[in-house]
Design a protein around this ligand. Structure first.
Ligand code: NAP
Length: 319
Protein backbone atom coordinates (compact mmCIF):
# COMPACT_ATOMS: atom_id res chain seq x y z
CA UNK A 1 0.00 0.00 0.00
CA UNK A 2 1.25 3.52 -0.86
CA UNK A 3 1.14 6.00 2.00
CA UNK A 4 0.38 9.71 2.29
CA UNK A 5 -0.64 11.84 5.27
CA UNK A 6 -3.48 13.39 3.26
CA UNK A 7 -5.32 12.23 0.15
CA UNK A 8 -7.56 14.63 -1.76
CA UNK A 9 -10.16 13.02 -4.01
CA UNK A 10 -11.12 15.37 -6.84
CA UNK A 11 -9.36 18.03 -8.85
CA UNK A 12 -11.78 20.89 -9.43
CA UNK A 13 -11.24 24.29 -7.82
CA UNK A 14 -11.99 22.77 -4.38
CA UNK A 15 -9.56 19.84 -4.72
CA UNK A 16 -6.70 21.85 -6.22
CA UNK A 17 -7.09 24.71 -3.74
CA UNK A 18 -7.04 22.21 -0.88
CA UNK A 19 -3.87 20.77 -2.46
CA UNK A 20 -2.22 24.20 -2.72
CA UNK A 21 -2.85 24.99 0.96
CA UNK A 22 -1.99 21.50 2.21
CA UNK A 23 1.18 21.29 0.14
CA UNK A 24 2.29 24.72 1.27
CA UNK A 25 1.74 23.55 4.86
CA UNK A 26 4.12 20.65 4.19
CA UNK A 27 1.46 17.91 4.25
CA UNK A 28 2.61 16.40 0.94
CA UNK A 29 -0.94 15.76 -0.27
CA UNK A 30 -1.77 13.25 -2.96
CA UNK A 31 -4.55 14.38 -5.33
CA UNK A 32 -6.52 11.63 -7.02
CA UNK A 33 -7.42 13.81 -9.98
CA UNK A 34 -9.44 11.44 -12.20
CA UNK A 35 -8.43 9.66 -15.39
CA UNK A 36 -10.53 11.73 -17.81
CA UNK A 37 -12.14 14.31 -15.55
CA UNK A 38 -9.02 15.98 -14.12
CA UNK A 39 -9.72 19.67 -13.59
CA UNK A 40 -13.42 19.09 -12.93
CA UNK A 41 -16.34 20.86 -14.55
CA UNK A 42 -14.40 23.99 -15.52
CA UNK A 43 -12.53 21.94 -18.10
CA UNK A 44 -15.76 22.00 -20.12
CA UNK A 45 -16.33 25.73 -19.90
CA UNK A 46 -15.06 28.51 -22.10
CA UNK A 47 -14.48 31.98 -20.71
CA UNK A 48 -14.65 32.40 -16.93
CA UNK A 49 -15.35 36.10 -16.41
CA UNK A 50 -15.94 36.26 -12.69
CA UNK A 51 -12.97 34.53 -11.07
CA UNK A 52 -11.21 37.33 -9.15
CA UNK A 53 -7.77 38.26 -10.39
CA UNK A 54 -8.47 37.81 -14.08
CA UNK A 55 -10.00 41.10 -15.25
CA UNK A 56 -9.86 40.02 -18.90
CA UNK A 57 -11.41 36.62 -18.10
CA UNK A 58 -9.65 33.28 -18.39
CA UNK A 59 -10.50 30.03 -20.15
CA UNK A 60 -11.76 27.34 -17.75
CA UNK A 61 -9.12 24.74 -18.73
CA UNK A 62 -6.34 27.32 -18.35
CA UNK A 63 -7.58 28.31 -14.91
CA UNK A 64 -7.52 24.69 -13.82
CA UNK A 65 -4.04 24.10 -15.28
CA UNK A 66 -2.82 27.08 -13.31
CA UNK A 67 -4.36 25.78 -10.06
CA UNK A 68 -2.80 22.35 -10.63
CA UNK A 69 0.62 23.89 -11.40
CA UNK A 70 0.40 25.98 -8.23
CA UNK A 71 -0.28 22.80 -6.19
CA UNK A 72 2.59 20.96 -7.92
CA UNK A 73 4.93 23.86 -7.21
CA UNK A 74 4.52 23.31 -3.46
CA UNK A 75 4.98 19.56 -3.66
CA UNK A 76 1.51 18.07 -4.15
CA UNK A 77 1.44 14.80 -6.07
CA UNK A 78 -1.27 14.58 -8.76
CA UNK A 79 -2.37 11.09 -9.80
CA UNK A 80 -4.48 10.89 -12.98
CA UNK A 81 -6.55 7.92 -11.89
CA UNK A 82 -10.14 7.51 -10.67
CA UNK A 83 -10.91 6.77 -7.05
CA UNK A 84 -13.09 3.67 -7.20
CA UNK A 85 -13.30 2.63 -3.56
CA UNK A 86 -12.99 4.52 -0.29
CA UNK A 87 -12.76 3.04 3.22
CA UNK A 88 -13.16 5.91 5.59
CA UNK A 89 -13.49 4.37 9.04
CA UNK A 90 -10.58 3.74 11.40
CA UNK A 91 -7.33 5.59 11.87
CA UNK A 92 -5.91 4.52 8.52
CA UNK A 93 -8.27 5.26 5.68
CA UNK A 94 -7.92 3.72 2.25
CA UNK A 95 -8.41 5.23 -1.21
CA UNK A 96 -8.25 2.69 -4.01
CA UNK A 97 -7.83 3.80 -7.63
CA UNK A 98 -9.03 2.27 -10.87
CA UNK A 99 -5.44 1.12 -11.54
CA UNK A 100 -5.58 -0.89 -8.31
CA UNK A 101 -3.31 1.33 -6.22
CA UNK A 102 -4.39 1.55 -2.58
CA UNK A 103 -3.42 4.71 -0.73
CA UNK A 104 -3.33 4.47 3.06
CA UNK A 105 -3.83 7.83 4.72
CA UNK A 106 -4.72 9.53 8.00
CA UNK A 107 -6.94 12.17 6.42
CA UNK A 108 -9.11 12.39 3.30
CA UNK A 109 -10.63 15.44 1.65
CA UNK A 110 -13.60 14.60 -0.56
CA UNK A 111 -13.88 17.11 -3.40
CA UNK A 112 -15.61 15.00 -6.02
CA UNK A 113 -17.88 17.77 -7.34
CA UNK A 114 -21.05 17.13 -9.26
CA UNK A 115 -22.20 15.60 -12.52
CA UNK A 116 -24.66 16.69 -15.19
CA UNK A 117 -28.32 16.14 -14.35
CA UNK A 118 -30.23 14.24 -17.02
CA UNK A 119 -33.78 14.59 -18.28
CA UNK A 120 -34.33 10.90 -17.65
CA UNK A 121 -35.73 10.05 -21.09
CA UNK A 122 -34.95 6.74 -22.75
CA UNK A 123 -34.34 8.61 -26.01
CA UNK A 124 -31.87 10.89 -24.23
CA UNK A 125 -29.74 7.87 -23.25
CA UNK A 126 -30.07 6.27 -26.69
CA UNK A 127 -29.03 9.43 -28.56
CA UNK A 128 -26.29 10.59 -26.15
CA UNK A 129 -23.27 11.31 -28.32
CA UNK A 130 -25.51 11.26 -31.41
CA UNK A 131 -26.92 14.74 -31.03
CA UNK A 132 -27.61 14.76 -27.30
CA UNK A 133 -24.83 16.48 -25.35
CA UNK A 134 -24.13 17.95 -21.91
CA UNK A 135 -21.15 20.05 -22.96
CA UNK A 136 -21.43 22.89 -25.46
CA UNK A 137 -17.71 23.60 -25.56
CA UNK A 138 -16.99 19.94 -26.30
CA UNK A 139 -19.64 19.36 -28.94
CA UNK A 140 -20.89 22.74 -30.19
CA UNK A 141 -18.74 22.82 -33.34
CA UNK A 142 -20.42 19.60 -34.59
CA UNK A 143 -23.63 21.55 -35.12
CA UNK A 144 -22.39 24.32 -37.39
CA UNK A 145 -25.25 25.66 -39.51
CA UNK A 146 -27.79 23.36 -37.81
CA UNK A 147 -30.74 23.96 -35.44
CA UNK A 148 -29.78 23.58 -31.79
CA UNK A 149 -31.90 23.16 -28.66
CA UNK A 150 -30.70 24.04 -25.17
CA UNK A 151 -32.76 22.72 -22.24
CA UNK A 152 -32.76 24.67 -18.96
CA UNK A 153 -33.11 28.18 -17.60
CA UNK A 154 -30.04 28.70 -15.38
CA UNK A 155 -26.61 30.18 -16.00
CA UNK A 156 -25.38 26.98 -17.61
CA UNK A 157 -28.22 26.86 -20.15
CA UNK A 158 -27.98 30.52 -21.06
CA UNK A 159 -24.16 30.49 -21.13
CA UNK A 160 -24.26 27.45 -23.41
CA UNK A 161 -26.89 29.08 -25.65
CA UNK A 162 -24.67 32.15 -26.08
CA UNK A 163 -21.69 29.96 -26.94
CA UNK A 164 -23.70 27.73 -29.30
CA UNK A 165 -25.07 30.77 -31.16
CA UNK A 166 -21.64 30.97 -32.82
CA UNK A 167 -22.35 27.69 -34.57
CA UNK A 168 -26.07 26.95 -34.90
CA UNK A 169 -28.41 28.21 -37.60
CA UNK A 170 -30.75 28.77 -34.64
CA UNK A 171 -30.55 28.21 -30.89
CA UNK A 172 -33.79 27.61 -29.00
CA UNK A 173 -33.77 27.59 -25.21
CA UNK A 174 -36.52 25.33 -23.86
CA UNK A 175 -37.42 26.26 -20.30
CA UNK A 176 -40.12 24.84 -18.07
CA UNK A 177 -41.06 28.20 -16.53
CA UNK A 178 -41.83 31.66 -17.90
CA UNK A 179 -38.68 33.32 -16.55
CA UNK A 180 -35.02 32.48 -16.38
CA UNK A 181 -33.11 31.58 -13.27
CA UNK A 182 -29.89 32.77 -14.95
CA UNK A 183 -28.10 35.94 -13.82
CA UNK A 184 -29.36 39.19 -15.34
CA UNK A 185 -26.22 39.88 -17.37
CA UNK A 186 -26.40 36.53 -19.20
CA UNK A 187 -30.20 36.71 -19.58
CA UNK A 188 -29.96 40.16 -21.16
CA UNK A 189 -27.24 39.05 -23.58
CA UNK A 190 -29.31 36.06 -24.66
CA UNK A 191 -32.52 38.07 -25.03
CA UNK A 192 -30.72 40.55 -27.28
CA UNK A 193 -29.04 37.87 -29.40
CA UNK A 194 -30.51 37.59 -32.91
CA UNK A 195 -29.97 33.81 -33.18
CA UNK A 196 -31.40 32.84 -29.77
CA UNK A 197 -35.11 32.17 -29.16
CA UNK A 198 -36.98 30.94 -26.11
CA UNK A 199 -39.72 28.36 -25.73
CA UNK A 200 -41.27 29.22 -22.36
CA UNK A 201 -43.41 26.94 -20.16
CA UNK A 202 -42.10 23.98 -22.13
CA UNK A 203 -40.57 20.64 -21.31
CA UNK A 204 -38.91 18.09 -23.58
CA UNK A 205 -41.12 14.99 -23.52
CA UNK A 206 -39.10 13.06 -26.12
CA UNK A 207 -36.03 13.33 -28.31
CA UNK A 208 -36.69 12.03 -31.79
CA UNK A 209 -34.15 10.51 -34.14
CA UNK A 210 -33.12 7.33 -35.86
CA UNK A 211 -29.36 7.10 -35.36
CA UNK A 212 -29.04 10.82 -34.64
CA UNK A 213 -31.29 13.59 -33.35
CA UNK A 214 -33.76 15.07 -35.85
CA UNK A 215 -36.31 16.78 -33.56
CA UNK A 216 -37.59 17.13 -30.03
CA UNK A 217 -41.12 16.73 -28.81
CA UNK A 218 -42.06 19.66 -26.63
CA UNK A 219 -44.97 19.74 -24.18
CA UNK A 220 -46.57 23.00 -23.06
CA UNK A 221 -46.69 22.85 -19.26
CA UNK A 222 -49.94 24.84 -19.12
CA UNK A 223 -52.05 23.27 -21.89
CA UNK A 224 -50.30 19.90 -22.16
CA UNK A 225 -50.22 20.40 -25.93
CA UNK A 226 -47.32 18.65 -27.67
CA UNK A 227 -45.48 19.52 -30.86
CA UNK A 228 -42.31 18.63 -32.75
CA UNK A 229 -39.45 21.11 -33.07
CA UNK A 230 -36.66 20.42 -35.55
CA UNK A 231 -33.23 19.91 -33.93
CA UNK A 232 -29.85 18.45 -34.79
CA UNK A 233 -28.28 19.03 -31.39
CA UNK A 234 -29.89 18.93 -27.95
CA UNK A 235 -27.79 20.36 -25.12
CA UNK A 236 -29.15 19.44 -21.70
CA UNK A 237 -28.12 22.05 -19.11
CA UNK A 238 -30.52 21.51 -16.20
CA UNK A 239 -28.07 21.56 -13.32
CA UNK A 240 -25.97 19.02 -11.52
CA UNK A 241 -26.17 16.23 -8.97
CA UNK A 242 -23.49 15.78 -6.29
CA UNK A 243 -21.01 12.98 -6.94
CA UNK A 244 -21.24 11.34 -3.55
CA UNK A 245 -21.84 7.70 -4.53
CA UNK A 246 -18.34 6.67 -3.34
CA UNK A 247 -19.12 7.75 0.22
CA UNK A 248 -22.78 6.69 0.42
CA UNK A 249 -23.27 4.57 3.53
CA UNK A 250 -20.05 5.90 5.07
CA UNK A 251 -20.85 9.61 5.46
CA UNK A 252 -24.21 11.24 6.15
CA UNK A 253 -25.78 12.65 2.96
CA UNK A 254 -28.81 14.91 2.74
CA UNK A 255 -31.95 13.97 0.80
CA UNK A 256 -30.39 15.09 -2.51
CA UNK A 257 -27.09 13.33 -1.93
CA UNK A 258 -24.96 16.28 -0.78
CA UNK A 259 -22.41 15.41 1.91
CA UNK A 260 -23.36 16.88 5.27
CA UNK A 261 -20.52 18.77 6.98
CA UNK A 262 -20.28 20.52 10.34
CA UNK A 263 -20.72 23.99 8.91
CA UNK A 264 -18.77 26.31 8.83
CA UNK A 265 -16.00 23.70 8.98
CA UNK A 266 -15.52 20.98 6.37
CA UNK A 267 -15.51 18.22 8.99
CA UNK A 268 -17.86 15.29 8.45
CA UNK A 269 -19.18 12.86 11.07
CA UNK A 270 -16.14 10.64 10.46
CA UNK A 271 -12.93 11.89 12.13
CA UNK A 272 -10.25 12.66 9.54
CA UNK A 273 -12.70 12.95 6.65
CA UNK A 274 -13.44 16.39 5.22
CA UNK A 275 -15.61 17.48 2.30
CA UNK A 276 -15.67 20.61 0.16
CA UNK A 277 -16.79 22.04 -3.17
CA UNK A 278 -19.90 21.16 -5.17
CA UNK A 279 -20.37 17.79 -3.46
CA UNK A 280 -21.27 19.82 -0.36
CA UNK A 281 -22.68 23.05 -1.77
CA UNK A 282 -26.19 23.12 -3.22
CA UNK A 283 -26.47 26.92 -3.16
CA UNK A 284 -23.51 28.83 -4.52
CA UNK A 285 -21.70 26.39 -6.81
CA UNK A 286 -19.17 28.88 -8.12
CA UNK A 287 -15.51 28.22 -8.87
CA UNK A 288 -14.55 30.80 -6.26
CA UNK A 289 -16.79 29.37 -3.51
CA UNK A 290 -15.50 25.87 -4.28
CA UNK A 291 -11.92 27.14 -4.11
CA UNK A 292 -12.64 28.86 -0.79
CA UNK A 293 -14.14 25.69 0.66
CA UNK A 294 -11.04 23.77 -0.48
CA UNK A 295 -8.96 26.19 1.56
CA UNK A 296 -11.20 25.55 4.59
CA UNK A 297 -10.84 21.77 4.15
CA UNK A 298 -7.04 21.95 3.93
CA UNK A 299 -6.92 24.00 7.13
CA UNK A 300 -9.26 21.58 8.91
CA UNK A 301 -7.17 18.61 7.76
CA UNK A 302 -3.98 20.33 8.85
CA UNK A 303 -5.44 20.91 12.32
CA UNK A 304 -6.63 17.30 12.52
CA UNK A 305 -3.23 15.92 11.54
CA UNK A 306 -1.54 18.21 14.08
CA UNK A 307 -3.91 16.88 16.78
CA UNK A 308 -2.99 13.31 15.79
CA UNK A 309 0.72 14.13 16.03
CA UNK A 310 0.24 15.71 19.47
CA UNK A 311 -1.70 12.66 20.69
CA UNK A 312 1.01 10.34 19.33
CA UNK A 313 3.76 12.38 21.00
CA UNK A 314 1.90 12.37 24.33
CA UNK A 315 1.29 8.63 24.10
CA UNK A 316 4.99 8.02 23.36
CA UNK A 317 6.10 10.24 26.26
CA UNK A 318 3.88 8.40 28.75
CA UNK A 319 5.15 4.92 27.82
P1 NAP B 1 -29.30 25.72 -11.95
O1 NAP B 1 -29.01 27.13 -11.61
O2 NAP B 1 -29.71 24.78 -10.90
O3 NAP B 1 -30.41 25.75 -13.09
C1 NAP B 1 -30.95 24.57 -13.59
C2 NAP B 1 -32.06 24.94 -14.57
O4 NAP B 1 -32.55 23.76 -15.15
C3 NAP B 1 -33.20 25.67 -13.90
O5 NAP B 1 -33.66 26.69 -14.75
C4 NAP B 1 -34.23 24.56 -13.72
O6 NAP B 1 -35.56 25.02 -13.85
C5 NAP B 1 -33.96 23.66 -14.89
N1 NAP B 1 -34.26 22.27 -14.59
C6 NAP B 1 -33.86 21.52 -13.53
N2 NAP B 1 -34.31 20.27 -13.65
C7 NAP B 1 -35.01 20.21 -14.79
C8 NAP B 1 -35.73 19.18 -15.46
N3 NAP B 1 -35.79 17.93 -14.97
N4 NAP B 1 -36.34 19.48 -16.62
C9 NAP B 1 -36.28 20.73 -17.14
N5 NAP B 1 -35.61 21.74 -16.57
C10 NAP B 1 -34.99 21.48 -15.40
O7 NAP B 1 -28.06 25.01 -12.66
P2 NAP B 1 -26.91 25.65 -13.58
O8 NAP B 1 -27.45 26.54 -14.60
O9 NAP B 1 -26.09 24.47 -14.02
O10 NAP B 1 -26.06 26.50 -12.56
C11 NAP B 1 -25.53 25.88 -11.39
C12 NAP B 1 -24.72 26.91 -10.61
O11 NAP B 1 -23.54 27.22 -11.35
C13 NAP B 1 -25.46 28.22 -10.38
O12 NAP B 1 -25.11 28.73 -9.12
C14 NAP B 1 -24.91 29.10 -11.44
O13 NAP B 1 -24.94 30.48 -11.07
C15 NAP B 1 -23.50 28.60 -11.56
N6 NAP B 1 -22.99 28.87 -12.92
C16 NAP B 1 -22.40 30.08 -13.13
C17 NAP B 1 -21.95 30.42 -14.37
C18 NAP B 1 -21.32 31.76 -14.59
O14 NAP B 1 -21.06 32.15 -15.68
N7 NAP B 1 -21.09 32.52 -13.55
C19 NAP B 1 -22.09 29.52 -15.45
C20 NAP B 1 -22.71 28.28 -15.21
C21 NAP B 1 -23.16 27.99 -13.93
P3 NAP B 1 -36.19 26.01 -12.76
O15 NAP B 1 -35.62 27.36 -13.05
O16 NAP B 1 -37.65 25.90 -13.02
O17 NAP B 1 -35.80 25.46 -11.44
Amino acid sequence: MSKAPLVIVGSGPAGYTAAIYAARAGLEPVVIAGSVTAGGGLINTTEVENFPGFPEGILGPELMDRMRDQALRFGAKVIYEDAVDLRLDGATKQVVTGEGTAWGTSAVIIATGSEYRQLGLESERRLAGHGVSYCATCDGPFFRGKPIIVVGGGDSAVGEALFLARFGSSVTVVHRRGELRASAILAERAAAHPTIDFLWHSTVSDIVGDGSVSAIQVADTRSGEERLVEAAGVFVAIGHNPRSELVAGQLPLDADGYIVTHHPSSRTDVPGVFACGDVVDRFYRQAITAAASGCVAANDAQEYLAELRTEATLAASTV
